[in-house]
Design a protein around this ligand. Sequence first.
Ligand code: FES
Length: 211
Amino acid sequence: MQFPYTEKVLEHFRHPRNVGKIENPDGKSMEGSPACGDMVAVYLTINDDTKVIEDIKFESYGCASNIATGSVITEMAKGKTIDEAKSISWKQAAEELGGLPPVKAHCSVLAVEGLRAAIRDYEEKHGLVTEKEPTTDEVIKRRLKHVMNPLTGLDVIRTDLILKTSVEDGIVRVVVDLPSDHQFASAIKEDIIEKLDSLWDVKRVEVVFTE
Ligand code: FES
């Protein structure tokens, strides 16, 4: 059977570079594709003085194109400063692979967004984000799209696990449609807090379960 992929895509898919997880990363992300529902996680080790990406790993829950682009962007980003790495585009990643079928462009977008989100996570944790967007319900929902619902493998927003969100005086409240003694309750709570408490104007995050 003839695959619609270049040799380089197939080579990266079969032998992806930098696969895995970094323990205690300086920046990390979990991005989902609105086009197909697949996910990618990116982990970074960044030198605080030079802002150079010293190590990068990724995990893909996506297709062959996503694995290949995830692999190639880790090679492109390693050794670059975060500003240089942020400017890597999905087109450059696809070109580096010798091209991707047009229907697979979103898979490379997902990989590049994963890299950018991990850099943004680092920047937020280190007070490097200059444009300060106030936290609204919309911002909260956008963030919560990166929290996985372990019951389904998709995020908590798309699977309607979040009943309500609100923000007032820097206190964010998130109501989760699960009993507090559910086996995944504490993991989900931890993940929600982690995604929201680094926002510049958030003082506290309260996660409330339905009973
Ligand atoms: Fe989902 Fe490629 S089809 S990442």
